[in-house]
Design a protein around this ligand. Sequence first.
Ligand code: FNR
Length: 488
Amino acid sequence: MASPRLSFRNITALAPMVRVGTLPMRLLALDYGADVVYCEELIDLKMVQCQRVVNTVLQTVDFVAPDDRVMFRTCEREKDRVVFQMGTADPDRALAVARLVEKDVAAVDVNMGCPKEYSTKGGMGAALLSDPDKIEAILKKLVAGVSIPVTCKIRILPSLQETVDLVQRIERTGVAAVAVHGRFKEERPRHPVHCDYIQAVAQAVSVPVIANGGSLDLVKTNADVAEFKRASGASSVMLARAAMWNASVFSSQGPLPLEKVMEDYLKYAIRYDNNAFNTKYCLCQMLRDKVESPLGKQVQAAQTNTEISKAYGLQTFYQHTQEELQARRDTSQTSSQPERPVMDGDVTTMAIRREYPPQITPKMFLLEWSRKEKLEQPHYDTVERSQDRSFQSTVTVAEKKYRSSLWEKSKKFAEQASAIVCLRTLGIPEGRIGEEDSGLVSKRKREGKINGSAEEKRKKLHVASIPETVSSGVAVETNGDHHRAEQP
Ligand code: FNR
């Protein structure tokens, strides 16, 4: 069933904010009572290169750049509430981006207010304000080309009349709402907002006008939202800094203590594997003048989400979440991938699940075997996937490459998995129970490393048998130092 079209009348929205408007902050704002949440501005040139990836582990939809960076992450919870904001100066590219995200968001917005050089020099952001023909072309193309509402966000122009004329022209393109940041493009966030401009615009058009710019002097708590609405004559209000400082500004129950807000935010950041530097940035914005406090210093020094969690006493939550995510990762991989060799280009791959004892490792077996065969030491090449911080390793042995098709949560596990693929493909023992002693690892080493409780633990592990398909799916020769693994 199609989602209901998002209405922009009589709403309170989280404003688009670079670095702040990522998934954890948007979900937090929704929890506290925001009706609509905007993502940070994302540039069309970057977005058009992205691929839409369903992330079954995080249960999100990710838009992933060719360099593996997740540019935009969203989820079902916000689907009917999130507005995707783009920076663009090109109607065709804008449409391509809007179509890419159309199924996963409630509306698309074009930023026409950013005064920063990186935006204006490409003709985007506030540069568009002096090119109304371009504005019209972009908005008309979007309105005609996508099935979801289209909005835009502007700053005010030097005179009231120019501002009203522009918004009336924008209204005729068929947009669903116009957000008006009541400052001139030369003005900085510390300058007072011009409510009279927003009011004049709101009176001149029938499309919903969303008032923005009141965080500094007008809106401190939810109770102030109504006053900002009244003063600006707009039907809706959009909050940026007030929400960034304390997202519970959206709550009609009154603002919550900052400690609670930071904790709620951090839980979302952990749950959705938010980039640690982004998490830090948002927490520092919330800490504001407390950023030099002992907690602030700990946050600033942290390099990972684990370290940030520690600063807030959320280690247990972090650990449980990681375990849950790993369980989902295992389930989704197990159900989708068979454990038999498949060629991927020149690499022999297999879906390897971790079932071996940590004491005698497949890497060690492979190393011993390579030495015995007088081969060069196995070479491991490991890559990290940024969308879920998992690892995949390719091991090269005698100029042949092997890797597990499953992604692991650590570099160490990824290397062990690739070693297993090599050992299984070549039919070399890997130290599992019931396997004939290969003689690869000296008796003393074996006994020294696996004894007592370690041996017990090892027995408890369910150890997989070598898949039958090793011989039927792949031709393998292991005579001396020549071996080959090809598809039949
Ligand atoms: C912004 N702003 C902004 N605007 C926009 O349209 N797209 C964006 O990506 C950003 N990024 C951004 C980042 C940060 C850290 C801040 C503080 C602001 C501007 C913002 O949406 C808003 O127009 C102004 O901050 C004025 O509103 P407030 O803060 O008075 O509610």
